[in-house]
Design a protein around this ligand. Sequence first.
Ligand SMILES: Nc1nc2c(ncn2[C@@H]2O[C@H](COP(=O)(O)OP(=O)(O)OP(=O)(O)O)[C@@H](O)[C@H]2O)c(=O)[nH]1
Ligand SMILES: [Mg+2]
Length: 313
Amino acid sequence: MGAMNAPSSPYRSGFACFVGRPNAGKSTLTNALVGTKVAITSDRPQTTRHTVRGIVHRPDAQLVLVDTPGLHKPRTLLGERLNDLVRSTWAEVDVIGFCVPADQKLGPGDKFIAKELAEIKKSTPKVALVTKTDLVDSKRLAEQLIAVQQLGAELGIEWAEIIPVSAVGDKQVDLVADLLTKLLPEGMPLYPDGDLTDEPEQIMVAELIREAALEGVRDELPHSLAVVVEEMIPREGRPADRPLLDIHANVYIERQSQKAIVIGAKGSRLKHVGTTARKQIEALLGTPVYLDLHVKVAKDWQRDPKQLRKLGF
Ligand SMILES: Nc1nc2c(ncn2[C@@H]2O[C@H](COP(=O)(O)OP(=O)(O)OP(=O)(O)O)[C@@H](O)[C@H]2O)c(=O)[nH]1
Ligand SMILES: [Mg+2]
């Protein structure tokens, strides 16, 4: 038989999740692999607050990436809920990608997560991803690769791969997809061709608003922000070729004192947030949008089970 008749590799499909401490670059890597923004990102910790699925379509495979919140020491009920979400995801996926940034020494946060990964069944392959390689020189990168290898050895984790990657610099992103795909089981596609995420539009819109609101706020405020889209309705009486979508959303904060910061002098900050978010939303939905934002106080919502439920946690 000639090479032409050699059996092609079987079609593979399955789930891979990214775990790591807050800010490790999980969502940025997810977006780079999918090739579009499915998860919001920011330099504030705990940007991601739910599991976001991004779908990578390849001729030989469908790789479903599950981006999870950063695992951390919880200080609030929200924090506990987020950690529970991460742990329950581990049990459901075919591959786990442990993300550690190249530019920071392995710390207690990374070790804490790795220890938990060591407890997960051996049959789930674990891959170590050293992220943000564009931020370091080759010496530092080599040190980090060795440190990750040693951490695995110490805890009895056998990394299926250790891969340096830069999502921002687009270095080795395809290799990550190749190697994760190889570790998936054989199977049929799980999502229709062309679907890039299963996030509902309303949630994506709320997330884009939160991303815009996160920019430039510090201390406790990033954690206090939550966004709920109340309504998305096409404006009546518009000509068919000039539609407009009315979006009404609430930006929640935890204390009255935070309101002034979010709104800014004469509403300037909120206006900027609205403009930034609107452009992103229009790009996502492909239609002009009128975005109406209101800032509301949901007192101490991160610690209040009732409020958490209202906000979707
Ligand atoms: N230079 C550089 N920066 C990166 C890279 N990947 C992510 N970042 C930055 O690191 C910050 C955190 O990235 P995220 O992707 O939001 O991190 P995360 O792990 O999803 O964080 P949480 O959702 O909070 O757990 C953002 O400011 C990103 O722009 C990279 O490859 N290179
Ligand atoms: Mg994230």
